[in-house]
Design a protein around this ligand. Structure first.
Ligand SMILES: Cc1cc2nc3c(=O)[nH]c(=O)nc-3n(C[C@H](O)[C@H](O)[C@H](O)COP(=O)(O)O)c2cc1C
Length: 315
């Protein structure tokens, strides 16, 4: 492997030294934990989704692992905006990598408030979580399942912040390309795809009951990687149609565990990869490991940059 292979990438004008990003909801509650993930090689880190008020989430068990991944129904527990501001400020000082603040809300209007509030801590990017499968929006389904509501959320967030906005999409829709087009038209500066798939369920055959207290939860990890790759592929194709593929980055998330998974995401159209469940599978230094493996692949196959691999699986 040559030492000159460049694995840096760009997200909305921010340079990342490597293309791995800590996905939201994993080790992302405290500033010190975010800084620790950065020390373990992440190119950028995302906070757990932050809402306005403190919120308990579902009672345990909230996570269950199985052979090919994980099912979770944490239920968006959050310490609320006040506490979160201090944690983001700490991470900004100590992590040394871009900080992505993930936000959620239960009404369109509230998304505007949370975006305005979170901007006070000056994160590098805001990720808008319209795709949590465990939380019902004001109209009874996750926001991210409807193109108009997804666009409304994007517009109100953009109106309330000057920080670049990335919208995180759900795979649990008829056409993710349609949702992507709607949020880009509404002003999104980037897209993260995907949140968890499903919902799924794991039953304990000893107790003959679903294991999670919420019964069903979002599926993550290696099992969902082909879904995530297809979603990134569809979104990139939609961006190409809009002639926006050079302006709008995609953070390809879902089952990325090894360098080759990341390369698949780049070839589908991603500029960076999110890693969540991979932290549980390979340890906190999964970011360093995946970066090394990507670099090794690029050296072997003569790719000079992440950009040179982006979207090349398309015709
Ligand atoms: C335990 C757990 C908690 C999560 N919490 C959040 C969250 O708060 N906000 C969010 O946008 N996504 C959340 N996610 C989804 C992940 O960020 C990611 O999109 C998904 O797990 C797919 O990536 P992976 O296969 O690398 O885990 C969570 C995932 C897990 C496993």
């Amino acid at each position: 492997m040559d030492n000159y292979t460049d694995i840096s990438t760009e997200l909305c004008g921010m340079k990342l030294l490597n293309p791995t990003v800590l996905a939201s909801g994993i080790l992302g509650v405290s500033g010190s934990s975010l800084a620790n993930v950065a020390r373990n090689g992440a190119g950028a880190v995302t906070t757990k989704s932050i809402g306005i008020e403190q919120r308990k989430g579902h009672p345990g068990p909230v996570i269950i692992t199985y052979d090919q991944g994980m099912v979770n129904a944490v239920g968006l527990s959050t310490s609320g905006i006040k506490e979160s501001l201090a944690e983001i400020e700490y991470a900004k000082k100590h992590a040394g990598v871009p900080i992505i603040a993930s936000v959620f809300a239960s009404t369109v209007k509230e998304f505007g408030i949370v975006a305005k509030e979170i901007s006070r801590s000056n994160p590098d990017l805001i990720e808008v979580n319209i795709s949590c499968p465990n939380v019902e929006a004001e109209f009874g389904r996750p926001f991210g399942t409807d193109p108009k509501i997804s666009a409304d959320v994007t517009k109100i967030v953009k109106k309330n912040t000057r920080i670049p906005v990335i919208v995180k999409l759900s795979p649990n829709v008829g056409s993710i390309a349609q949702i992507a087009k709607a949020v880009v038209k509404a002003g999104a500066d980037g897209i993260t795809a995907i949140n968890t798939a499903g919902p799924g369920m794991v039953i304990s055959i000893e107790t003959a009951r679903p294991i999670l207290s919420n019964k069903a939860g979002g599926v993550s990890g290696p099992a969902i990687k082909p879904i995530a790759v297809r979603c990134v592929y569809d979104i990139y194709a939609a961006l190409k149609e809009m002639k926006k593929e050079d302006k709008i980055p995609i953070i390809g998330t879902g089952g990325v565990t090894y360098g080759n998974d990341a390369v698949e995401m780049f070839m589908a159209g991603a500029s960076a990869v999110g890693i969540g469940t991979g932290v549980y599978i390979r340890g906190i230094d999964v970011f360093r490991k995946v970066s090394y493996e990507v670099k090794e692949f690029m050296g072997k196959e003569n790719y000079g940059s992440i950009a040179s691999m982006r979207g090349i699986a398309h015709d």
